[in-house]
Design a binder for this molecule. Structure first.
Ligand code: NI
Ligand code: MN
Length: 223
């Protein structure tokens, strides 16, 4: 069975295979491009890259209702546990095996949105498919090392600019990460991050071996 990847707009993505679903940065409420009711979302794990509202989003409510395990950095995991939720705390550079595969926490150059924390990205091995979710980040040179140490099938990269990398930096990221496929995220949610994913696709496919797949908001693809 293939993996279903659903893009709810912004950085909100779910991955499902068999009866296991992981949500990443589940920003549903107040996400102007989302059409999914968070009260109807089912999941087993929620990965949270940082505590800005457009990433932690509906995490606490969904975890409370579903009993899902929140996987995040220590500060966010501790905050969730203090509210009686299930959490698995990690930190930058660490990897842990879960029932679906593994999660490695990567650096992201961004603010954390929680005292004492750090923003992060994730390398997710989901039933053998390797997905790099960069999180909110600036371009950084160690993406070359991430590309060398991981066979990335899908790289989910922000292209919105203003808060994160823009398209020019994301193109340089692709050159370093060497993924098979790139999915642009974190754009067109609001006017300050309006971008053309079509132009990004043209530039990446002209300059790199990677393919760019643009997933429309609220739609799913099989990977
Ligand atoms: Ni942020
Ligand atoms: Mn953001």
């Amino acid at each position: 069975q293939m993996i279903k990847l659903k893009y709810n707009g912004h950085a909100n993505i779910s991955l499902t295979k068999d009866n296991v679903t992981i949500l990443i940065d589940p920003f549903f409420t107040d996400n102007p491009v989302n059409k999914t009711n968070p009260n109807e979302v089912e999941c087993d794990y929620i990965l949270v890259s940082h505590a800005h509202f457009d990433h932690i989003g509906d995490t606490l409510d969904i975890a409370k209702r579903t009993g899902a395990t929140i996987i995040s950095t220590a500060e966010i995991a501790n905050m969730a546990e203090s509210q009686g939720l299930n959490a698995h705390g990690m930190n930058i550079g660490g990897k842990f095996n879960f029932e679906f595969g593994s999660v490695k926490v990567t650096q992201a150059i961004h603010s954390a949105g929680i005292e004492g924390g750090l923003a992060c990205g994730f390398i997710i091995d989901f039933y053998g498919t390797v997905i790099y979710f960069a999180g909110d980040t600036a371009l950084f040179g160690d993406m070359e090392l991430i590309g060398r140490m991981n066979n990335i099938d899908y790289a989910l990269l922000p292209i919105g600019d203003n808060f994160t990398m823009g398209p020019e930096e994301a193109l340089e990221a692709v050159k370093m990460l060497k993924p098979n496929v790139v999915i642009p995220i974190h754009y067109d949610t609001w006017p300050p991050i309006a971008q053309s994913p079509q132009n990004f696709k043209v530039e990446v496919e002209k300059n790199c071996d990677a393919k760019v797949v643009i997933v429309n908001f609220n739609e799913s693809i099989e990977i």
